[in-house]
Design a protein around this ligand. Structure first.
Ligand code: SUG
Length: 448
């Protein structure tokens, strides 16, 4: 049976702004308070989706969330009408209003961890929504994420959904940003690779000193258990705490994998040789031939990797068996990274082509091509069971482009977030979007 890797990209929401909310994420910190352009952000994302569709990949769309999150503000003690809640928060606690306005759900690599049916005990595709509890503005995403994913993957015969892990730092879970899967073919059993930043319960694992490690070993282990993965099909590895302290807040900022290939920086992991040997042995037992490309630090420093987002790229398999790397414009702007990439494609290895995309609006908040997509490997029958409303087509691309042009502002500053009109604009847009994507009622304003 045919199988596919489907990329579901997060549609950027109407409140996209630079709130400086993510300590440890260099871009989010350094672009804080700049004016954003939500319309341009959403159109840049749609361009990437269209380009992948045009290249023949199956492409999907993941809906944004209702913002400001008035119910989160109510839980923090603000009351009265929605407009009053927003204005009171703006007056008394602006950082909380900014957090409740973040369009961070666009980075859907953090929406959930997904295990394809070939790996799971019950033969269904499993989803666990990420609790994202390291940052308040992201910790409020998972209830809506769960409803949206359930509306997209509704067929219980094929899809199983798990609620986010307990919302404490000990089970900090950032979803697919720290999860990669190796396989010979998307439809065959593979090896799921979970990368964690620290252990919550075992002090033998080192931890970063400056910035938070968002993903714990215990969270990764819990997800693997929930999904019914076998020991033979799982490898856990620790991210190098020293690179977290240099701004590598997720593994997908320093490594990317696809098929049988891991593309990573020399300093990405602890105990790299042992980890590579385990991946090799476990994939071999599944009939695959694991390969890795290590980018040496004397060619690309960690700092260059963080600035350019070289590894926050999409590694895609083409029909002829070779691979394509989708990178952000910032890679071309960095001479060392660009030189490395020229050498990489000329070397005759598995990665043959580089395609560059302008994703500056998202990049300025630390979100590159890989952050913007959630990968779901599906067999033909499973793809047929996905809500067809969320699969990209030329007609859907046109409709969504028009929808963005109708509803989105082209400039947003912090002071604009205090305007209750923004909430109404967002709700009007999302109400229409649920009809376009045939999601049913998934937003708090639609179900409360
Ligand atoms: O969680 N930025 C996101 C970026 C997420 C990138 N995802 C992956 N690497 N998979 C984060 O740090 C910044 C929002 C602000 O500052 O306004 C933010 O949330």
């Amino acid at each position: 049976m045919k199988s596919f890797e489907v990329n579901f990209d997060g549609l950027v929401g109407p409140t996209h702004n630079y709130g400086g909310l993510s300590f440890g994420n260099v871009a989010s910190q350094s672009n804080s308070q700049q004016a954003s352009n939500p319309k341009e952000a959403a159109l840049q994302g749609l361009e990437k989706m269209k380009a992948l569709m045009d290249m023949g990949f199956v492409q999907g769309v993941l809906a944004p969330q209702e913002r400001p999150d008035v119910s989160a503000l109510r839980r923090l003690g603000f009351s009265g009408s929605d407009a009053h809640v927003i204005q009171q928060a703006a007056k008394e606690a602006m950082p909380l209003l900014v957090a409740s306005c973040s369009a961070s759900s666009m980075w859907v690599a953090n929406a959930a961890t997904v295990s394809p049916s070939a790996d799971t005990q019950d033969g269904r595709v499993h989803f666990t929504a990420a609790n994202l509890n390291c940052k308040f503005h992201r910790s409020i995403e998972h209830p809506t994420t769960s409803r949206v994913l359930s509306a997209m993957f509704a067929d219980q015969q094929h899809f199983a959904h798990h609620a986010a892990l307990p919302a404490v730092a000990q089970f900090g879970d950032e979803g697919a940003a720290n999860h990669t899967r190796f396989c010979r073919d998307y439809g065959e059993a593979g090896v799921e690779f979970f990368v964690f930043g620290r252990s919550a319960f075992d002090s033998r694992y080192p931890a970063p000193q400056q910035y938070p490690a968002r993903q714990t070993l215990e969270a990764s282990q819990a997800v693997a258990r929930l999904h019914g993965l076998s020991e033979a099909g799982v490898v856990f590895a620790q991210q190098n705490p020293a690179v977290i302290d240099q701004g590598v807040f997720h593994n997908d900022v320093i490594a990317v994998g696809n098929g049988e290939l891991l593309f990573h920086h020399q300093d990405a992991f602890l105990n790299t040789d042992q980890m590579l040997a385990e991946l090799h042995a476990k994939l071999r037992a599944r009939g695959g031939n694991f390969q890795s490309i290590c980018v040496p630090r004397d060619q690309v420093a960690v700092e260059d990797a963080v600035r350019s987002y070289l590894f926050n790229s999409q590694l895609l398999s083409r029909a002829d068996g070779s691979m394509l790397l989708i990178v952000p414009e910032e890679c071309r702007a960095n001479p060392r990274v660009w030189q490395y990439l020229q050498g990489l494609t000329a070397a005759g290895g598995p990665i043959r082509e580089i395609k560059v995309f302008d994703l500056k609006q998202s990049m300025q908040n630390g979100g590159g091509p890989a952050c913007l997509r959630l990968r779901v490997a599906l067999k033909e029958t499973e793809l047929a069971a996905v809500n067809p409303g969320v699969i990209m087509t030329p007609a859907l691309y046109d409709t969504l482009t028009q929808w963005v042009n109708t509803h989105y502002r082209d400039a947003l500053r912090e002071s604009d977030l205090a305007d209750p009109q923004l909430l109404l604009e967002c709700r009007t847009a999302l109400d229409e979007l649920t009809q376009i994507l045939k999601l049913g009622a998934v937003y708090p304003f639609q179900i409360n």
